[in-house]
Every structure is written in C-alpha cells, then in structure tokens.
Ligand binder design. Structure first.
Ligand SMILES: Nc1ncnc2c1ncn2[C@@H]1O[C@H](COP(=O)(O)OP(=O)(O)OP(=O)(O)O)[C@@H](O)[C@H]1O
Ligand SMILES: [Mg+2]
Length: 579
C-alpha cells in the first residue's frame, strides 16, 4: 500500500486525465442504469395500455441513452489510457535512470533478471491496474450501488434477496483479491528466474553451442519455466474460479426473484415488469461486482509489483558523491593507495588486503600475479566502480571520494578485461570515450590502438555497424576498439586490464609504441599476464591472494621476488640468479 502511494505522485502531471476518465465513466453508468427502468415503463405502461406513442417515446429515449453511454464509455477509455500510459512510461524512465546510477555492488545484489521483469512486466501490471481503476473501478461500484438503490425504490418486495446474496458475494471478492495478490507476487519472482536464465543464455549462446550444451540448458530453462507455469496456473485458476462462483450466486438470486415475484404477482401486489427489471438489475449488479472484483484483483497484483518497483527506486546507491569539502581543482594523475582493503560482500572473504603504493604522474605501473589474485579488483577501485572497505585512494593528492564522480571518471580511460561494445557504428562506439571527438580524433585513436587497419577494410569504415555486443567482430578487434575508446579521451590515467591478451605480437608492439609516447604525459596501469608487456614499466606490483607481495622495477624484482622470478623463468625459459 505504501509503495502504491509512493508511485502515485507519478500521476500528478496527468491528474486531469485521471479525473476525466472516471467522469466520462459516470455518464456511461448513469445511462446503463436508466435502461431497465425505461424498459419497465415501456412494458408496464406503454405495452399494457397499448399506448404506441408512449412505446415509441421510450424507445427513442433508450436510443439517446445508448448513444450518450457510448460517448461516456469511449471518453473514459481514451482518458484512462492518456493517464496510465505516460504514467507507466515515466516510472520506466526513472527505473532505468536508477539502474544507471547503480554501483556494481547494487547491480550484483538486485540482479539482471529482476531488473528486466520490473521494467517490462511489473510496470505493465501497474499500468493495467491504473487503466482498470480509472475505467472500471468507478463503473463497478456505481453500477452496483445504483442497482441496489433502484431495487430498493422500485422493487422493495424483492429486496431481501439482495440482503442475502450481497454479503456472500462481498466475502468471496475480498478473499479472492487478497489471495491473488500474494499468488501474483510469487509469479513475478518466478518471472525473475526465467528472465535471469534467458538473459544468461542469450549472452552465452555461442558457448552453449560450442560445448553442445543445448540439452542441458533446455533442461535448466524447463525447470524455471515450469516453476513460472505452476505459479501462474495456481494464480490464474484462482482468479478464474471467482467468476463462475459469483454467477452461481446471482443465478440463485434470479431463481429466488422469479419465485418470490410470481407469488407477489399472483397476490396482485407486483407487476410483471418489476420482476423483469429486478432480474435486469441483478445482472447489472453482478456486472458491477464482477468488474470491481477484477479491478481489485489487478490492484492487489499491482501492490506486489509496486513494492518491487519502489524497492529498486529506493535502493541506496552505495557509491555516492561526497560533498567536496573544498572546491574541486584539476589534479595531476598521481595515484596513491593507502592501506586499502576490499571484499565484494559484507563480511565476505577479503579480496584485497592492505594495498599501499604510489604511482607518480606520467609513470607506468605494471601489475602481474596469478589468476584471481585481485588485479582487476584493484584497478576497479580507481574509477570508484567499488569503494574500498577501508583505506584510501588519492589522485593528485586528493582523496577520490572528494572528487565529483563525473570528473573522476572523465580523467580515466578504462580498458576492461572483457571488451564491452554496443550495437551501433564503430564511430559511435569510439565516441563513447569522448562525444566531441572529431573524425581526425577517431582515426588517431584507432591508429594508436592498432585498429585503423581493420576498420579501413570495412566498406563503410567508421560507419560500419556493430551488432549487439559487437558479435560481428573478432575478440582481438573488440579489444582494439575498446582500447581506442579509452585513448580517445586523452585521459590523465589509462588503465589496461589484460587488454592485449587477444592481440597479435605485431599489433601489441604498435600499442606499446603508443604507450611509450604517452609516457610522461599519462599515468598508465597495465595488468598483464605477460612480463613482456610490463617489462619497461617504472614499477611493477606483484599480486598474490589479494596481497601485494613485491614491488619494484623489472630488474629489482628479478633480484628480490621469488614469485616474479618464477613467472619470468616460466615465460622466458631463462633462470636468473636471485640475489
Ligand atoms: N563481482 C564479484 N563478486 C564477488 N566476487 C568477485 C567478483 N569479482 C571478482 N570476485 C572474486 O574476487 C577475486 C579477485 O578477482 P579479480 O577479478 O580481481 O582477479 P584477477 O587478479 O583480475 O584475476 P584474472 O587474472 O583471472 O583476471 C576472485 O577470487 C574472484 O572470485
Ligand atoms: Mg582480472
């Protein structure tokens, strides 16, 4: 309930439509309610007294009512949609913005599947609930109350039937609404499971094929799909049994009405037209209750969706801008880690332990170490993709938490371990690094990353279209574009996380040339499994199990670090005397 109230402020810009919708609906309902009374008059007065003029007049009146009812119904649909559709679109926009603000830790916690279900299914549920509320929720109770009042006024003899049937119907509706709300929350959760699996499978479809794991994945998908089906079945069955149960109660009411009515007609205290009108009103009442119950169930369903939406909107982003104590001044690219500790989850295993080092501006630092030793994690802390648990990181002597996030990230060119590119042209992908980059900049960056040759070979060159996740490029081509995208920013700090693993030796030496010419101007982090890539670095960090086990130049490390020496020996086949 609280969640729904929080979402309702999204309706503010559309409140005029949200009021007009039900108003038009009132017109339709009033017209619907007139019809049986007009018909009763037509039968009991016009036909009984064979007054043809009266019958014609009543017939015309019924036609006018029908047309006005049509206008009311159409108007209410149009305005309900005008209110609900942009309302849902605004929520979707904000959810997307929020997901964009998420820190990596937030994204890991919420999960991709849930984000997809929320943006697609949960928001649709809410939209549907709003449309139904604006259109039907007024209509249902109005039809219901209207028919009860009219029966009271015109067929009081049959009113006791309502006194029995209405409470039974009310209890049924309440029970089914509450129950369906709970069941549909389970459905949405099962949908998260399907979306998570689907997203993972689509991303990894090539691996699935290469390993001939289609059957295994089909089995996995069947499992989550079955859970969704079972839950959906339970929820839908519940919703669908309400209708026949209500029909049954109303039919009993009609039988009772006819039976009681016939007795009264025989006694001469009731006219036949009244019985017909009563049955009509009972049907209208049933109609009203039925639509109200459907709306109630949709609302109950939207409560759980609203809860999930608000949960995402209110997720506390754990990488936050700290109020800079002093105004931000451009800093040089010196990077210092001071006793940094980090773990991916609270109280989780430590991934980085007591890391301290300094890289002077314009220098190059190499990072080497076994797989899983924390190299990627270490560099992810620099653009604040994660914050350390304790310890501090400084750039140009300024704590990175005091630097506005946008400024911090714009001074860093990050080449991640796995090249991530987007659908669109090569140029658009490179301009991710710098929107204002000119064509000359693109060419320069591509050349620097040894990407120019393969781009030139495409018919459309820089306008060549990449598919989703750049699946129409080779691994090495993706890595080169990813590097060019970082170069184009001309950042103070360049970070290469194992970025040359899929690049041939010739191209790598071209990239090395670029880096050499950047030496002195840009601070460069190079993570590499190959000693040859970092041999000329001003200093090299050797990582093991989240700890920095050695630091120094290549020559120093050969002399002092057994780990480094072993890596060197294994890669070159040369033994060096350790001093
Ligand atoms: N998002 C994450 N959530 C939880 N644990 C993670 C996450 N990313 C990495 N880890 C764990 O943190 C540790 C360090 O990972 P990291 O990616 O920094 O290693 P690495 O040195 O870069 O390895 P590699 O050379 O294979 O790239 C590993 O044990 C890994 O399992
Ligand atoms: Mg790594």
């Amino acid at each position: 309930m609280k969640a729904i109230t929080k979402l309702l402020h999204y309706m503010k810009p559309y409140k005029v439509f949200a009021i007009l919708g039900p108003l038009f609906m009132c017109m339709e309902v009033v017209m619907d309610l007139f019809q049986p009374t007009i018909m009763q008059k037509m039968i009991d007065t016009g036909i009984a007294q064979q007054d043809n003029d009266y019958v014609l007049k009543m017939g015309l009146l019924m036609l006018v009512c029908a047309v006005l009812g049509l206008i009311g119904g159409a108007g209410s649909s149009v305005y309900a949609a005008k209110a609900a559709v942009p309302f849902a679109a605004d929520i979707r926009r904000d959810i997307f913005q929020k997901i964009m603000q998420f820190s990596n830790r937030n994204s890991d916690t919420v999960g991709t599947g849930k984000c997809i279900t929320i943006v697609t299914s949960d928001i649709e549920t809410i939209k549907q609930a709003v449309i139904m509320t604006l259109r039907v929720f007024v209509r249902g109770p109005l039809l219901f109350i209207g028919s009860v009042v009219i029966v009271w006024l015109s067929a009081r003899e049959l009113f006791p039937i309502l006194l029995v049937s209405i409470p039974i119907l009310m209890i049924l509706i309440t029970f089914f609404s509450v129950k369906s709300g709970k069941l549909f929350l389970h459905v949405q959760k099962a949908m998260d499971g399907v979306n998570t699996k689907l997203q993972e499978m689509l991303a990894g479809i090539r691996v699935i094929k290469a390993f001939e794991r289609q059957d295994y994945e089909k089995g996995q998908f069947r499992t989550v799909n079955e859970v969704l089906m079972q839950r959906n079945m339970t929820a839908e069955q519940l919703v669908l049994t309400l209708m026949p149960m209500m029909m049954f109660i109303v039919n009993l009411g009609i039988i009772a009405g006819l039976w009681l009515g016939v007795i009264k007609v025989n006694e001469g205290t009731l006219q036949v037209g009244v019985i017909l009108a009563f049955i009509n009103y009972l049907n209208i009442m049933m109609n009203g209750l039925m639509s109200s119950s459907q709306v109630l169930m949709q609302i109950a369903r939207s409560f759980s969706s609203a809860g999930r939406i608000v949960q995402v909107i209110e997720t506390e982003v754990d990488i936050v801008e700290h109020n800079a104590s002093k105004p931000y001044q451009s800093v040089r690219g010196e990077v210092e880690f001071r006793h940094v500790n980090f773990s991916y989850s609270k109280n989780g295993e430590s991934v980085l332990t007591d890391i301290s080092f300094t890289v002077k501006a314009g220098q190059t630092i190499g990072i080497i170490g076994s797989t899983g030793s924390g190299k990627s994690t270490l560099v992810k802390l620099i653009p604040r993709l994660y914050d350390p648990d304790c310890g501090e990181i400084f750039i140009g002597g300024q704590n990175i938490k005091q630097i506005p996030l946008e400024k911090l990230r714009s001074m860093i060119g990050f080449v991640p371990q796995k090249a991530e590119l987007f659908s669109g042209t090569i140029a658009a992908n490179l301009r991710y690094g710098d929107e204002a980059a000119t064509d000359a900049d693109l060419e320069w960056a591509a050349k620097s990353a040894a990407a120019a040759e393969f781009i030139e070979r495409f018919a459309n060159k820089y306008e060549h279209q990449l598919m989703q996740s750049a699946t129409n490029l080779s691994g090495g081509q993706k890595q080169r574009l990813s590097m060019a995208r970082a170069f184009i920013r001309k950042p103070k700090i360049l970070i290469f996380d194992d970025s040359t693993s899929a690049i041939d030796a010739l191209s790598e030496s071209k990239v090395q040339q670029t880096l050499k010419s950047a030496n002195g101007k840009q601070t460069i982090f190079i993570i590499s499994a190959k000693i040859s890539s970092i041999i000329t670095a001003n200093q090299i960090l050797v990582m093991e199990d989240g700890r920095m086990v050695a630091r120094g130049t290549h020559q120093e490390l050969l002399a002092t670090s057994k780990v480094y020496h072993d890596i060197y020996a294994s890669q070159t086949g040369r033994e060096v005397q350790v001093g």
